[in-house]
Write a protein that binds this ligand. Structure first.
Ligand SMILES: C[S@@+](CC[C@H](N)C(=O)[O-])C[C@H]1O[C@@H](n2cnc3c(N)ncnc32)[C@H](O)[C@@H]1O
Length: 286
């Protein structure tokens, strides 16, 4: 496989006339973040633990030789991991900066035989230059930038093979760690995820809308041909990645939280009461 040339991103003003809802500001924000994205991940134990949990989840459903479509792939951390496990990946992202970092990763790690890439929004999957995937994967809330997930899932039956899997990792509506700030009187922070029309995210000097999901809402965005396989909480008791000092300053406390988190995260309601949740569905053509 060859590395694909970078496609120009269409201005996504069709999403909304409201400036905060276009992908232009999302592109600018993540492009700025791209330069230090991998480094901040390396220094953040919580983020690394969460990523390990996501990968372990996905590995349960992947089969030898599978071809993965990754949405909002960022700098390609997961794409590289899945290639190391023997899979092929078509990695997509909207952001100029992320695509640039992804391209550098492919060149420096000599991955062009197993990772291809394409700059495109997940709302433009009809423009993909390849198909026949066994798995569609989206990690760490890239899909929280869109209100209506059906604008993404509507393309899946056209590119996914029969019995293929989809795994989304999304920020949830109810995060216990955030909610406890209600006891400190910080009501706007505690309730921000419940806002019907999304909360304003501030990243790298840019403002854009972020939407929070329940597994039920995600399921609704898929047609009847997708069956729910598993919902798992990600960051139930362990703090969200912004609290990156907790494991460094209170390692024993973090270890206990991690142990209890593992016990709870597969059981209702903790499989959805978490910073993020991992949801996996399976596609059936009939
Ligand atoms: C928090 S980063 C996660 C990146 C990667 N999945 C990871 O786990 O490292 C979110 C990513 O979503 C991408 N993104 C946001 N909106 C997008 C869209 N409409 N289409 C494709 N990618 C998008 C951003 O460019 C960014 O790379």
């Amino acid at each position: 496989m060859e590395i694909n040339t970078v496609h120009s991103v269409q201005k996504a003003s069709y999403v909304s006339q409201n400036l905060t809802e276009t992908f232009d500001s999302v592109n600018r924000a993540f492009s700025r973040q791209a330069k230090y994205f991998d480094e901040s991940e390396r220094n953040n134990i919580i983020l690394a633990d969460m990523r390990t949990q996501v990968r372990d989840h996905v590995m349960k459903y992947l089969k030898r030789g599978d071809y993965i479509l990754e949405l909002n792939a960022g700098t390609g951390l997961d794409a590289e991991y899945f290639v190391e496990q023997g899979f092929k990946v078509h990695a997509t992202d909207l952001s100029d900066g992320m695509i640039q970092m992804l391209k550098q990763r492919i060149i420096h790690q000599n991955l062009s035989n197993s990772i291809t890439f394409q700059q495109c929004s997940y709302t433009q999957l009809d423009q993909l230059n390849t198909s026949g995937f066994n798995y569609i994967f989206s990690n760490f809330g890239g899909l929280n930038c869109i209100k209506d997930l059906s604008q993404v899932t509507k393309f899946f039956s056209g590119v996914l093979k029969d019995r293929g899997f989809v795994t989304f990792v999304l920020m949830s509506k109810f995060c216990p760690w955030e909610f406890i700030s209600v006891f400190k009187g910080n009501f706007s922070y505690a309730f921000r995820r419940f806002k019907k029309n999304g909360a304003i995210a501030h990243l790298e000097g840019e403002y854009f809308k972020t939407y929070y999901f329940t597994p039920k809402k995600v399921l609704k965005s898929f047609g009847k041909k997708f069956k729910l396989i598993k919902v798992e909480g990600l960051g139930v008791l362990i703090p969200p990645p912004v609290k990156e000092n907790v494991p460094k300053q209170q390692p024993k406390f973090y270890k206990v939280l991690k142990y209890l988190d593992k016990k709870l995260r597969n059981h209702f309601p903790f499989n959805r009461w978490a910073d993020h949740f991992i949801i996996t569905l399976q596609y059936s053509m009939e």
